[in-house]
Design a protein around this ligand. Structure first.
Ligand SMILES: Cc1ncc(COP(=O)(O)O)c(C=O)c1O
Length: 492
């Protein structure tokens, strides 16, 4: 059902325009140079199929005419906005990594301040580096027992605004990749009492507007901008992201301009089509699909919880005063510490032995991301493989330990702006000599992509020990100049 009566959710403007393009036998003397697969190497089409190339047409001057007079993208974006209770929606073909930067650069500008939860994704840190914005870090709600960060509480944002009333707005990540969700109503309230906008990095929450048993959706909570990756929890293609806007604190034209600044001039129509078709699917079938997925997740969680040595983290573990406000049960986070191994070792074993790719893994957890695309057969394979993992735990126990610091030891002093440290003269120093120096790079365990170190932070021994022991145990640090962490890049 459309909230706006003039919109019809049976339509999928991008997909329909693509059909018309083919029916009309449009002949392109434009990019893409494969010209509807004709120029594609048969060895490529053998793997990818020709359909990928048929859908890959020029957006403006191909799918739509050179002045976009059919308003194809505009109508698809309006339908998406209507579906998720936003006033404006923008499609992005560069992932939420672009969308979140566009949102930040609209809310604030160089030399100004933004409140940011310290559990932000590395794309947010990239936004700080590019913009020269000063982050006012807001501490996540740490669970010291599980060594896990939940989104910062509304009280933490309140305190941060009290200390820095000049901050232009706030950015919170919710849900986290572990599924824990913030009190978005409370945080939006804290911002709006001061007339400041709230950005929600909801990369993991594309599905939230379509079922009322899921955590609150940012637009419903009154956030001003939210960013979602439709390829994560929805069925868009990789890199398909949308950002949504409401209220009068942000000018839509400024947001569009920032996105234009960062984006490509050759957006993928395939990605647009994926976003457009997913919106129609969700409006028409989302409640049923997600309802079924939630039931499947409940059964799967119970079955995994019955396996010896495995504990499935649930709302009781994550939610409550001073912790998360809610939990999305679709990321099934499994604590395997009782098996005496690490998530890294277990993930490798599951891939090698069972061809299962787990989503997150850390020193004591694994997670399996479920979506409405899963069914009894896929979770059956998961459960069987996890039973096998439990039965083979003795083979997996010869793992180096990870020296996980206390929450207090994880926090480092922000000695200079991320941008200044990143663009300063650099030096690569042996890790043994790095404590006390100011980092000039991000060092990010991936997944989940939350930097442990970011430019401008003064490095400390406990953090370096954590990362070094992590690398020995199998932690992946893809963005560090030296991923083995023999050296660390610091400001000279
Ligand atoms: C919290 C968060 N924000 C933003 C992003 C970036 O999203 P994308 O991969 O769509 O660029 C990610 C990716 O994992 C993420 O976890």
């Amino acid at each position: 059902m459309a909230a706006n009566e003039s919109l019809n959710h049976d339509e999928a403007p991008v997909l329909e325009a693509l059909e018309r393009y083919h029916e009309a036998d449009e002949l392109a003397f434009t990019p893409p140079g494969h010209k509807q697969a004709r120029g594609a190497d048969p060895r490529v089409t053998k793997v990818l199929g020709e359909a990928v190339f048929y859908g890959d047409v020029l957006a403006s001057g191909g799918l739509d005419d050179r002045l976009s007079r059919q308003h194809i993208l505009e109508r698809a974006q309006q339908l998406m906005a209507d579906a998720v209770h936003a006033e404006h929606t923008f499609f992005s073909t560069c992932g939420s990594s672009l969308s979140v930067k566009a949102a930040m650069l609209t809310v604030t500008s160089p030399h100004r301040r933004l409140l940011v939860g310290r559990d932000a994704h590395k794309s947010v840190i990239a936004g700080l580096i590019l913009s020269g914005v000063e982050p006012v870090w807001v501490s996540p709600a740490w669970d010291p027992e599980r060594h896990l960060a939940h989104p910062p509480t509304a009280e933490s944002f309140e305190e941060a605004f009290e200390a820095h009333p000049d901050a232009d707005g706030a950015l919170v990540t919710s849900p986290t990749p572990y599924g824990s969700a913030a009190d978005l109503n409370g945080i939006a309230d804290v911002c709006h009492r001061r007339g400041k906008p709230l950005i929600v990095d909801e990369a993991w929450g594309a599905h939230l507007p379509f079922h009322d048993k899921l955590p609150t959706w940012a637009m419903d909570a009154g956030a001003d901008i939210c960013v979602t990756s439709v390829h994560k929890m929805g069925s868009g293609l990789e890199q398909g992201s949308v950002f949504h806007l409401q209220g009068d604190l942000i000018d839509p034209a400024s947001l569009a301009s920032r996105a234009d600044l960062l984006g490509t001039t050759s957006p993928s129509v395939l990605l647009y089509a994926g976003l457009d078709g997913w919106r129609r699917q969700m409006v028409q079938h989302g409640e049923r699909l997600l309802g079924d997925a939630l039931q499947l997740a409940a059964r799967t969680r119970a079955a995994i919880g019955d396996i010896e040595g495995l504990h499935v983290d649930d709302a009781e573990d994550y939610c409550g005063p001073g912790r998360a406000a809610d939990l999305d049960p679709l990321p099934v986070v499994i604590d395997i510490s009782a098996l005496g191994t690490t998530g890294y070792r277990a993930a490798d074993w599951l891939r090698t032995r069972h061809h299962l790719d787990m989503h997150l893994f850390d020193h004591r957890r694994l997670s399996a991301q479920l979506t409405y695309a899963d069914d009894e057969s896929t979770v059956g394979r998961l459960i069987d493989a996890l039973r096998d993992l439990s039965a083979h735990s003795a083979d997996l126990a010869d793992v180096p330990g990870v020296d996980v610091p206390t929450p207090a030891d994880l926090r480092m002093e922000q000695a200079s702006l991320p941008r200044d440290a990143y663009f300063a003269h650099l030096e690569d120093v042996p890790v043994e000599e790095a404590a006390g120096r100011v980092a000039a790079e991000m060092i990010t365990p991936y997944p989940p992509g939350i930097p442990v170190v970011l430019p401008g932070e003064r490095l400390t021994e406990p953090v370096l020990n954590y990362l070094r022991s992590g690398v020995r145990a199998g932690m992946n640090l893809p963005d560090a100049a030296d991923s083995s962490l023999t050296t660390v890049r610091v400001s000279a």
